[in-house]
Design a protein around this ligand. Structure first.
Ligand SMILES: Cc1cc2nc3c(=O)[nH]c(=O)nc-3n(C[C@H](O)[C@H](O)[C@H](O)COP(=O)(O)OP(=O)(O)OC[C@H]3O[C@@H](n4cnc5c(N)ncnc54)[C@H](O)[C@@H]3O)c2cc1C
Length: 552
C-alpha cells in the first residue's frame, strides 16, 4: 500500500477527480487498476474564493515496488505507515489482584478499555454518576441554578470532555499511532467514520454520550467493572525503603477498601480534594503553569466570512474555527505575556463548568452540527507558579488551586451570586467602562449573564494583556474586536494546576504502583492526548503485572 500526500483538488471537485489525480501523480494509465482510501483530508483557505482540499491517500496499485523506485526521493509517494495497534501483553489466567483505574474521563476510559482488552478485568471507579444521570444533573445547573458538586461538567462518566465540542486533535508526538487506536475505538463506539480522515475531527456532545455508554458496555463484556458514585478518598500505602512507598489499595468515600498493587490515577484537572489528599499522603506533586481568561462570543457568520470568504457555508468546510496568539509588548502589567485562543467552539455555546458551590467557571461546547448562532473561544493568558504567590504565599504545590478558587469565587459574586456569569461587551472592556445592555450578540451562557465590568475578575496583568491582544486579533480576523462581542468569565480550568510527577516506568516518582495519568496529572491536554496517555499507562501496568515492567 502506498501513501500519497499533498494531493490538492478544488473544493467542489468531481468524485472521480481523486482517481485522476492519483494516475497523474504516479504516471499510470487510465486502464491500470487502482484502489484507494482517504487517509487524511484537510483544506487550505489562504486564497480567498479558491479554497483547496488537500488529501493524503492510501493507494493500492500493481507492481508497487516499481512505482516506488520511479518515485524514489519523492516525499509525497511513500509506503503507507503501519498504524495497526498491537497489545503489549495478555493477562495470566489467574490474576491475584486486579488493577484499579480512578476516573472515567478519556484517560481512564481508554486505560480501562485497553486493560480489559488484554484480559486484566480492571475495576474502574468514578466519583460522578453514569452519563445519562449526569446529563440531567448538569442541565439542572444550567436551567435551575442547582449545582451537584459530584455530578456536573467536570465529574461523572466520560469525564470533562463529555459536554464539549469533542474536538479530537492534538499536537502530541505519537510514534506508535495510539491516536489511531483512539479514533478507531471511537468509531467502534458510534462516532462518525469521518473522524478517521478529516484533519480536525469533532464529535459533539450528544454523540459522545452514547459512545461513552457503548465503551462501558464493551469494557464490562470483557470482564471489567465500572462503578459510579465511588470517590477515592485515600490510598493504602506501604513503606518500600529509601523513603519510597508502594501502593496497596484505595479507600472509597464510604470507607470500603479495594486491594490492588496497580492504580491508574486519571482524575482530571478539577479533583482538588484528591490533589490535597495525595499531597498530604506525600505523593510527589508540583505546581504547574496554566492559563486564565474569559470566553468571547461572536456571530459565527462573522468568523465564517473572515476565514472562508465567499465560500463560507460550504458543507465540507462547516463552521469556521480560528487559532490566535499574541505576545504583549505594551508598557503595562501584562508586558511580555502571551495571550491565545483556547478550546474554540464553532457554532457552539458557552457553558457553566463549575464543580464547587459559590464558584463560577466557563468553558465551551458544541453539538456535532455546530449550527448554533455564535462562535466562542477562551481568550487566555499564560501564568506560572510565581503568579500563584499572591493567592497562597506558602509555596505549596497546590497554590494554583488557591488562585483558581479566588478568581472563581469573585466571578460568582460579580455574576450576582446565583450562577450567572459576569459579562461585558468587548467595546466597553476596551474602553474600561461597564456594560449595561447587550447589542448585536446575545450570549449563549446558561443560566444567564450579568453585565458590568470585568476589570476586577482577573489579575491586572491578565486584564492589560487581553486589552492589548483583542485589537491585534482584530487585525487577523476582521471584526474580532467588534463592540458588541461578549466576554464572560472566568476561564480558570484550562489545564491542571499541578503535575503529579512520574518516572520512565510511568509510576509516581516516590510511590510504586501509582500511575499518574491524563490531564489531571499534567500529562495531557484535551480528549485525544488524554486517551493516548491512558493507553500508554495501561500498557505500563500490563507489562509490570506480567513481570516485564520498567519496575521502580
Ligand atoms: C466543557 C469542556 C469542553 C471541552 N472541550 C474539549 C474539546 O472539544 N476537545 C478536547 O480535546 N478537549 C476538550 N476539553 C478538555 C478535555 O475534556 C480534557 O482534556 C479531558 O477530558 C481530560 O481527560 P482526563 O481523562 O485526563 O480527565 P477528565 O476527563 O477530567 O476525567 C476525570 C474523571 O475522574 C473522576 N474523578 C476525579 N477525582 C476522583 C476521585 N477521587 N475518585 C473517583 N473519580 C474521580 C471525575 O469524576 C472525572 O470523571 C473540554 C473540557 C471541558 C470541561
Amino acid at each position: 500500500m502506498l501513501r500519497l500526500t499533498d494531493i490538492k483538488l478544488p473544493l467542489d471537485h468531481a468524485q472521480d477527480a481523486i482517481a485522476a489525480a492519483i494516475r497523474a501523480k504516479l504516471g499510470i494509465g487510465a486502464k491500470a487498476p487502482i484502489r484507494y482510501s482517504v487517509a487524511k483530508r484537510s483544506y487550505d483557505a489562504r486564497k480567498r474564493g479558491a479554497i483547496v482540499l488537500i488529501y493524503a491517500l492510501d493507494v493500492d496499485v500493481a507492481d508497487e515496488e516499481a512505482v516506488l523506485r520511479r518515485h524514489a526521493g519523492d516525499a509525497h509517494v511513500q509506503p503507507a505507515p503501519d498504524t495497526g495497534y498491537r497489545f503489549v501483553a495478555q493477562a495470566p489466567r489467574d490474576l491475584p489482584l486486579r488493577p484499579v483505574v480512578i476516573g472515567t474521563g478519556p484517560c481512564g476510559l481508554f486505560a480501562g478499555l485497553v486493560l480489559a482488552q488484554m484480559g486484566f478485568r480492571p475495576i474502574i471507579l468514578d466519583r460522578g454518576k453514569s452519563v445519562r444521570e449526569r446529563t440531567k444533573d448538569t442541565w439542572d445547573l444550567w436551567r435551575k441554578r442547582n449545582l451537584h458538586p459530584e455530578s456536573n461538567v467536570q465529574f461523572g462518566e466520560g469525564g470533562a470532555g463529555t459536554f464539549s465540542d469533542g474536538k479530537l486533535y492534538s499536537q502530541i508526538r505519537d510514534p506508535q499511532h495510539h491516536g489511531r487506536k483512539v479514533l478507531t475505538e471511537f468509531v467502534e463506539a458510534g462516532a462518525p467514520e469521518e473522524i478517521l480522515y478529516v484533519s480536525k475531527p469533532h464529535i459533539g456532545t450528544f454523540r459522545l454520550v452514547t459512545m461513552v455508554e457503548n465503551m462501558r458496555a464493551t469494557i464490562e463484556s470483557l470482564g471489567g467493572e465500572i462503578r459510579f458514585g465511588q470517590r477515592v478518598d485515600d490510598l493504602l500505602l506501604e513503606p518500600a525503603g529509601d523513603g519510597r512507598r508502594q501502593v496497596r489499595g484505595v479507600v472509597l468515600a464510604g470507607g470500603e477498601q479495594i486491594r490492588t498493587d496497580h492504580v491508574v490515577l486519571a482524575i482530571g484537572h478539577s479533583a482538588r480534594d484528591t490533589f490535597a489528599m495525595l499531597h498530604a499522603r506525600g505523593v510527589y506533586v508540583e505546581a504547574k503553569p496554566f492559563s486564565i481568561g474569559f470566553r468571547i462570543e461572536h456571530p459565527q457568520s462573522l468568523i465564517d466570512r473572515a476565514r472562508f470568504g465567499p465560500q463560507a457555508g460550504h458543507p465540507i468546510l462547516g463552521a469556521a474555527d480560528y487559532k490566535l496568539v499574541h505576545h504583549c509588548k505594551g508598557a503595562h502589567p501584562g508586558q511580555g505575556r502571551s495571550v491565545y485562543s483556547f478550546c474554540m467552539c464553532p457554532g457552539g455555546t458557552v457553558v457553566a463548568a463549575t464543580s464547587e458551590p459559590g464558584r463560577m467557571v466557563t468553558n465551551g461546547m458544541s453539538q456535532y452540527s455546530r449550527n448554533e448562532r455564535n462562535a466562542n473561544a477562551a481568550i487566555v493568558v499564560g501564568i506560572d507558579p510565581v503568579d500563584f504567590a499572591p493567592f497562597d504565599g506558602s509555596g505549596s504545590p497546590l497554590a494554583g488551586i488557591a488562585l483558581q478558587r479566588a478568581l472563581e469565587s469573585h466571578a460568582y459574586t460579580l455574576g450576582g451570586g446565583n450562577y450567572n456569569a459576569p459579562g461585558q461587551l468587548v467595546g466597553d472592556f476596551l474602553a474600561a467602562r461597564a456594560s449595561h445592555a447587550f447589542g448585536e450578540v446575545q450570549p449563549s451562557f446558561k443560566p444567564g449573564v450579568t453585565l458590568g465590568s470585568l476589570d476586577s475578575a482577573l489579575p491586572d496583568y491578565a486584564i492589560a494583556a487581553i486589552r492589548e491582544a483583542l485589537p491585534a486579533f482584530d487585525r487577523q480576523i476582521k471584526g474580532f474586536a467588534m463592540h458588541d462581542a461578549v466576554l464572560t468569565g472566568v476561564e480558570t480550568r484550562t489545564s491542571s494546576p499541578v503535575r503529579i510527577k512520574r518516572d520512565d516506568s510511568l509510576q509516581s516518582l516516590n510511590t510504586g504502583g501509582l500511575y499518574p495519568a491524563g490531564e489531571g496529572a499534567g500529562y495531557a491536554g484535551g480528549i485525544l492526548s488524554a486517551a493516548v496517555d491512558g493507553i500508554r499507562v495501561a500498557e505500563a501496568v500490563a507489562l509490570d503485572m506480567t513481570g516485564h515492567g520498567g519496575g521502580h
